[in-house]
Design a protein. Structure first.
Length: 153
């Protein structure tokens, strides 16, 4: 279920402060980690060498921080949708942090809040959504970021 559906910049502005809910859980498996390593060229052993990682600081492989961050784009449509837009773009992120490692086999989900909406020229709006990637069973999240998007109607 989508937490917020809007069809105009004014509807977004009116929704600032809205908690967007939580996404479904996703298990982080080694295959996903390995594919991310292949896509980015980041083959550090803590991510892709399970045998060596057993004796490392986390006791098993962990997801790349940027893998955890990149999953936000997959999760957000579960929480936030713009109907009737001509185009939407990812504009950037502020305050990106990785407070806790995400071990292989763990589950993550996103919780989010719409914290800002600025009108743009034409019939458009720039949003800032504070996103927390929760790590099941952990007091600390795997990632926290303010995601900036632009929606053109």
């Amino acid at each position: 279920m989508v937490g917020l559906v809007f069809s105009s910049p004014q509807e977004v502005a009116d929704a600032v402060g809205t908690k967007l809910g939580e996404s479904a859980w996703l298990e982080i498996d080694q295959a996903r980690i390995d594919k991310f390593a292949e896509a980015t060229g980041d083959f550090q052993w803590i991510h892709v060498e399970p045998e060596k990682a057993r004796d490392g600081p986390f006791g098993k492989t962990v997801a790349h921080g940027y893998l955890t961050f990149s999953l936000i784009n997959m999760f957000l449509p579960q929480l936030f949708r713009a109907d009737g837009m001509k185009m939407g773009i990812n504009y950037g992120a502020d305050r990106l942090r990785f407070p806790a490692p995400v071990p292989v086999g763990s589950r993550v989900r996103v919780v989010a809040e719409l914290v800002k909406a600025d009108p743009l020229k034409g019939n458009a709006v720039q949003t800032t959504v504070r996103v927390t990637v929760e790590l099941e069973g952990s007091a600390k999240p795997g990632c926290v970021a303010d995601i900036i998007g632009r929606y053109y109607f």
